[in-house]
Design a protein around this ligand. Sequence first.
Ligand code: GDP
Length: 300
Amino acid sequence: NTFIDDEDLEHLESRPPVVTIMGHVDHGKTSLLDFIRKTKVAAGEAGGITQGIGAYSVDVTVEGEVHPCVFLDTPGHEAFSAMRARGARVTDIAVVVVAADDGVRPQTLEAIAHAKAADVPIVIAINKIDKDGANADVVMQELSSHGLMPEEWGGDIPMVKVSAKKGTGVDSLLENVVLVAELQELSANPERTAKGTVIEASLDKARGPLATLLVQNGTLRKGDIVLCGETYGKVRALMDHTGARVDEARPSAAVQILGLNEVPVAGDEFEIFDSLDVARSKAQEHAEVMRQSRLAAQAG
Ligand code: GDP
């Protein structure tokens, strides 16, 4: 993890996995995310209505123990491509959805290639098993011919049959995500200042620039001075996926923040500074570097 420094090693604590759902268009990414969000996001929080901040946390219970998991809500999203282009490592586990009535398709292979290149473990969701013509065995066959051997057949890739429409198998899928996460022994140092990646950003006419930050190390707090690429500012408020104000965001949490001077770019990394002046001059330096590289690109 590029966000962990040597000084963190003595203070590491386990953190929840950050999960992304990928796969071919129409194979059911959105349906699966919707089902998980509707049924698993802790009820009661702001009436259970989730805000589109680009990520949400889900509690998965395995053998009586509760394991939080953070899902990035960006299937096939431009922001996710931007993050990939910058090589940002924002996910710990990739759930690759394959429709059982359609099988492995080009974007399935692309998703698998991305996950492998980033060394991110894969869990396969064989979706639409409720449909006539669904054939999970064919999908498993195809995947094994592409180097992914199902656990069921003695390999190391969990493949779970689900119906995102009916909800069948989703609990088992989430359990497998938790088991894969446990093997990774994910950790971070909550004692330090926050570092991470911008996963979504927009301009709110009334409130100003809004950015969702994924905290990948440390703890982000109200009042922190944050630098994200060419933008900076003092964090005025933090909101979770229910829209509720929170005081801090610990490792793996995604929070929407207010207080930046401009809208940052999804995929940019963020860090915390002691002084607003330093953050401003770093932002200006970054802007100048970006300007130079644009000029060089035009000239070249
Ligand atoms: P995405 O493009 O991967 O996000 O796919 P969507 O979630 O938009 O799903 C594409 C279509 O497949 C929609 O019409 C869904 O209703 C349908 N669909 C998704 N999951 C299932 C499923 O488990 N069973 C059935 N029968 N249809 C599904």
